[in-house]
Design a protein around this ligand. Structure first.
Ligand SMILES: *Cc1c(COP(=O)(O)O)cnc(C)c1O
Length: 425
């Protein structure tokens, strides 16, 4: 385990491209993703047989296409995510399953899609087994098990234990095997995902729980999925995960299962945050600077409609300043509160869980300079909204020295698309 280098407080470029130039070309706010970072994170996980990207972390088609080219498969948690995977070039069927639908329910649309296209289903509730079995008997399925414990960076991202709605309760496994039998469904794999942004200690406990459940199912098991949840450092004093040690735990566990069952067991990992968080930057422009008694505010043109993690979880994002003009100046620091443009007092990027406003040491900057919210690639754009009638922003992929627009900023027409004024006479 190693701690990370301090994050830079001043930047002039992203992946070698000038920040003021990027701002001029694409406008602000905008999300930028450095493809090199995504590719490095994929490379970190190559020991696992299958890397399955949990696309809900950042599901732009261009990002799905990028990871697909690297042989990374994909997880879908909704009908829309299945459609995205298909649109990005994933095939419905194959081995290992290119797309896996993992959820706790089927809405009607998702059930129709998985039946029609033959998409593999990872069932997170006993009901799903019956619903799939009635429409598509004879299929292979995997089960998402709630091992009875969980852990996340926030209570809201803990996906195990009795207060979680996720997965099949571990003590109901026998009942679920009977249900599967009734429909001729074969349980070929198990999956556990105990939370997002957890730590290695908690993740490691999953191996033992997985082994116990796999033994209970028996020889039909061919794959085990370690789920996602790998943390990334958001502050310089947080450390990176020891992936080699984590892999070793899972590898030993699957070898014991392979010995027991007499056939190889494929090992999957299902990261979302880990692959994309560090690649992403939300570029904003400082539009006003004002003082409220002892608090100095940098007000930028992005708000929680663009990046919701701080208001949702009190999440910390590293921040840096990019000067609008490239004149050398001395870096003086000051304590500031960073907020956005929305008409809601919670629209503050420097807040802790519970909504407590805090200050951040940042370089002295002026209106017109840029502020980057960093490590914003995961659960950033995808959680954005049109609140306050703000358009969804552009997304740009920085790849091999070039900036590619991968999503256009919304226009006013996009904003009101689908809205109808009825003839009220
Ligand atoms: C969200 C999710 C993941 C990814 O979680 P991260 O913490 O982003 O790695 C993996 N699997 C499932 C089923 C998920 O819902």
């Amino acid at each position: 385990m190693s701690t990370v280098d301090a994050f830079p407080l001043i930047r002039s470029d992203l992946a070698g491209l000038s920040i003021p130039e990027l701002a001029k070309q694409f406008g602000t706010p905008a999300y930028f993703y450095d493809s090199a970072s995504i590719l490095e994170r994929i490379a970190d996980l190559r020991a696992f047989d299958t890397i399955r990207y949990a696309q809900k972390a950042a599901s732009n088609l261009a990002i799905l296409d990028l990871v697909r080219r690297e042989g990374v498969l994909v997880d879908a948690v909704s009908a829309g995510e299945i459609q995205r995977a298909l649109a990005a070039g994933y095939t419905a069927e194959g081995h290992p399953h290119p797309i896996v639908y993992t959820a706790d329910i089927f809405d009607h649309e998702a059930l129709d899609l998985v039946v029609e296209h033959g998409i593999h289903v990872n069932c997170g509730s006993p009901t799903m087994i019956d619903q799939l079995g009635e429409r598509a008997p004879g299929r292979d399925i995997t089960l998402r098990i709630n091992p009875g414990f969980g852990h996340g960076h926030s209570q809201k991202t803990n996906t195990g234990g009795e207060h979680s709605k996720h997965g099949i309760w571990h003590e109901q496994l026998a009942d679920c095997l009977l249900r599967a039998d009734r429909h001729g469904l074969q349980v070929t794999g198990l999956h556990m995902h105990i939370g997002s942004g957890t730590d290695l200690e908690h993740l490691s406990q999953v191996c033992g729980a997985m082994e116990r459940c796999a033994m209970e199912v028996g020889r039909t098991i061919k794959t085990v999925s370690a789920g996602g949840g790998l943390p990334i450092p958001y502050t310089a004093d947080q450390s990176t995960v020891d992936l080699a040690a984590y892999y070793r735990l899972w590898h030993e566990s699957r070898q014991r299962l392979a010995a027991e069952f007499g056939h190889p067991i494929e090992l999957e990992i299902e990261p979302g945050r880990y692959l994309v968080a560090e690649s992403g930057y939300l570029l904003t422009e400082i539009r006003a600077i004002k003082k409220m008694k002892d608090h100095l505010f940098y007000l930028v043109d992005a708000g929680f409609n663009n990046l919701a993690r701080p208001i949702l979880y009190g999440s910390y994002h590293p921040m840096s300043i990019a000067y609008a003009e490239d004149i050398p100046r001395q870096m003086n620091m000051q304590e500031v509160v960073v907020g956005g443009p929305l008409c809601e007092s919670g629209d503050i990027f420097t807040q802790e869980e519970g909504g407590f406003v805090c200050k951040r040491e940042l370089p002295v900057a002026a209106v017109g300079d840029f502020l980057l919210l960093e490590r914003a690639g995961a659960y950033g754009y995808v959680m954005s909204s049109n609140y306050n009638s703000k358009p969804m922003v552009a997304e740009i992929l920085l790849h091999q020295g070039k900036a590619h627009l991968i999503r256009e900023r919304q226009s006013f027409e996009d904003l009101v698309r689908g809205e109808l004024i009825p003839d009220l006479g």
